[in-house]
Design a protein around this ligand. Sequence first.
Ligand code: ADE
Ligand code: ZN
Ligand code: ZN
Length: 263
Amino acid sequence: MIRKFNNTLLVGLFLCLPFCGMAWGMLGHRIVGQIADSYLTKKTKKEIFNILGNESIAMASNWPDFIKSDPAYAYLNNWHYINFKGGFSEAEIKDYLATDSLTDVYTKINWLSGQLKNKELEQDKKGFYLRLLIHLVGDIHQPLHVGRYEDLGGNKIRVTWFKDSVNLHQVWDSKLIEYQQLSYTEYASAINYTTKSQRKAWEAEPVSEWVWQSYQVAGKIYGEVKSGDKLGYDYDFKYNAILNQQLLKGGVHLAWLLNDIFR
Ligand code: ADE
Ligand code: ZN
Ligand code: ZN
């Protein structure tokens, strides 16, 4: 019985492996969380401490990936991304989002924000929803989480990263970030520079604008890679600034959202 169960699990894992890249890796989420922490108000920090205790935002950010191994949470799988066809204009994307009622990263960020604003929410739900929200705001800034249906956000595009056979989605979830050889705290310190006017501009952006920005970056990524490409030094050099900008914006946007929820 146990053997059969294990085999089923193994086969399942094997089938899912090529498409299983589902989130910024551990580092990406923690970097976004660490940056967000630096922009929280005193009030927000206090409210979050009441929910997470001594668990930092950075460390809470990975939890929605850890629970993926539990089938009871399988219903959350499509909360992590939203897919589109290529070539849409800003108006088309934003019009779509205005009436979006599917289960995706956009509708779920909005839903979770609404739930967390309810002061009467049960304590265990507060922890569950807050961890999800922290994670999903990271995901929505990973450009290939606003990817395309046909290749599942780059999961079906095989490429070589230096000598490793990976898919394009994995390059953006983790390979580009790991390549810097920094811890998440070192990485956050290295990129967390914003001016007041920049923060003001970013803070005014609604969630639909986050989607539109990731979609534009995804369009550039798709335009410059095809299956079988070898990616390495040049690719890192070309995209490092864009990657860091997405991580930084993710942190500032997350802080803005949390400050708004717990004001
Ligand atoms: N599975 C299907 N589409 C995906 C995407 N854009 N990102 C992550 N996982 C996915
Ligand atoms: Zn995710
Ligand atoms: Zn991913």
